[in-house]
Design a protein around this ligand. Structure first.
Ligand code: 5AD
Ligand code: SF4
Length: 447
């Protein structure tokens, strides 16, 4: 492996990751493979021998950030020609984007997409041995590649992907084009991965998929997501199970029952609504109405009153009128989300919504966004306030970023808690008395 005469003994790598947990997981896999190759991870670009940018393309600003970074890397590459620069992820999976990068930033050594990240060690060796660049974007998804080493950030909680891709084709979304069709992992592989994590001391896992409620529909025999939840709930030594994302059209009663009945499955449901207007939901191809969505919320709240419900909401979808937007505002007020990711619609080349004529002007999008954020922040603060004075079970994740004397962890409902406590508690479940609620977190003291 140490083939180049200019090699120093220990090679270091730096990874910058944009986007969702899927991208985070891909970076953890790249890191896992690199560590097996003898590379050491560094948290700074300076002096790194290899820099990887794992890109996102869900919204335009994610792409702009990549261009900004590449500008700075050009100078680094000029000063250190041995530096290897690799670009991967969703943005590279789009043909026109990869072509653009090759043209504008010819100093990039390796370009690959989302379907062939597992081949990265091979690409790296080619660049190092042959001093040439590698561009390989696979058009179609391959089957699932199991057994790739994963270098996880946390030692307490881990993301575990249960399915890849998406079949939904919401008209604004680029994900189905860059991540391919739905493919579910075999439940035995998922279970084995979680058992291995538990044996290493992990206490919480989050099951990941673009639409976890479709899990197992492509398996023979079919497996329901609720069955998977119940199966994982039986793993000894595991404390908590979370999952995301649920699509409102597919979240069935058996999943709500599994959340209610499985002691390890936490009372937190992420249920992206996107819009509160039936007109816009239809144009988004979401396949549910505002009424159906609200019915689902009431069903969850009736069965699991303490459940935290979070969402994704978008403003400024093409054709969104002031009345449509007000319906979204009213829905957010009615549901009173625990928290929400709020987005301004961003045109994505190749998606049906990009071709719609009635694009909403930027100033109106921003004005609606600000009004929405205000409503969402109000309900987050209100939901947090309920916790004041309560004693909550917290899984301690580590030292708090607020103050190194304090610890941080989360409630079962996913609320971030900064608290005074015993450093030995990291990685354990503890009881914390919540003294104060803030807009986006809680504070308290271990008891
Ligand atoms: N513009 C803005 N937001 C988007 N999202 C997906 N595509 C776009 C887009 N083109 C948001 C959706 C989704 C979340 C992950 O990102 O709200 O649920
Ligand atoms: Fe995109 Fe819709 Fe699939 Fe979510 S469900 S990834 S928003 S296409």
């Amino acid at each position: 492996m140490r083939c180049c005469n200019k090699d120093k003994i220990e090679k270091t790598f730096f990874i910058e990751t944009w986007g969702c947990q899927m991208n985070e997981e891909d970076s953890e896999k790249l890191s896992g493979m690199l560590k097996k190759m003898g590379y050491i991870r560094t948290e700074s670009k300076i002096n790194a021998d290899l820099i990887i940018l794992n890109t996102c393309c869900v919204r335009e600003n994610a792409e702009l950030k990549v261009y900004g970074h590449l500008g700075a890397l050009k100078k680094m590459k000029r000063e250190n020609p041995n530096l290897i620069i690799a670009l991967c992820g969703c943005m590279m999976q789009q043909k026109h984007m990869a072509e653009n990068i090759i043209k504008k930033f010819p100093f990039v050594d390796i370009i690959f997409g989302t379907h062939n990240a597992y081949k990265f060690p091979q690409y790296l060796n080619t660049v190092r041995q042959e001093n040439s660049s590698v561009v390989e974007i696979q058009d179609r998804e391959t089957g699932i590649v199991e057994g790739i080493p994963i270098d996880r950030e946390s030692t307490v909680k881990a993301f575990v992907t249960i399915m890849y891709g998406c079949n939904n084709f919401c008209t604004y979304c680029i994900v189905p084009y860059v991540r391919g069709r739905e493919r579910s992992r075999n439940p035995v592989n998922i279970e084995d991965e979680i058992k291995d994590l538990v044996s290493k001391g992990y206490k919480e896992i989050t099951l990941l998929g673009q639409n976890v409620n479709s899990y197992g529909k492509d398996l023979v025999p079919k497996v329901k997501f609720s069955q998977l939840l119940r199966r994982i709930n039986g793993i000894e030594g595991l404390d908590r199970i979370r999952f995301m994302t649920s699509h409102p059209k597919d979240l069935t009663e058996d999943v709500i029952d599994a959340v209610l009945e499985c002691d390890k499955v936490c009372e937190q449901i992420h249920l992206p609504v996107q819009s509160g207007s039936n007109n816009i939901l239809k144009r988004m191809n979401r396949n549910y109405s505002k009424e159906q969505y609200l019915e689902l919320i009431y069903k969850i709240r009736k069965k699991i009153p303490e459940a935290a419900i979070t969402t994704d909401i978008m403003v400024g979808f093409p054709g969104e009128s002031e009345e449509d937007f007000e319906e979204t505002l009213n829905l957010a007020k009615e549901v009173e989300y625990d928290s929400a990711f709020t987005f301004i619609y961003s045109r994505r080349k190749g998606t049906p919504a990009d071709k719609l004529e009635e694009q909403v002007p930027e100033n109106i999008k921003h004005e609606r966004f600000n009004r929405l954020v205000e409503v969402v922040n109000e309900s987050s603060a209100k939901k947090n306030k309920v916790y004041e004075g309560k004693i909550e079970e917290i899984l301690v994740e580590g030292l708090s970023k607020n103050n190194s004397a304090k610890l941080m962890g989360r409630t079962r409902t996913g609320k971030l808690v900064n608290f005074q406590g015993d450093v030995d508690s990291i990685g354990r479940l503890v009881k914390v008395r919540i003294s104060k609620a803030h807009s986006f977190s809680l504070s308290g003291k271990q008891i």
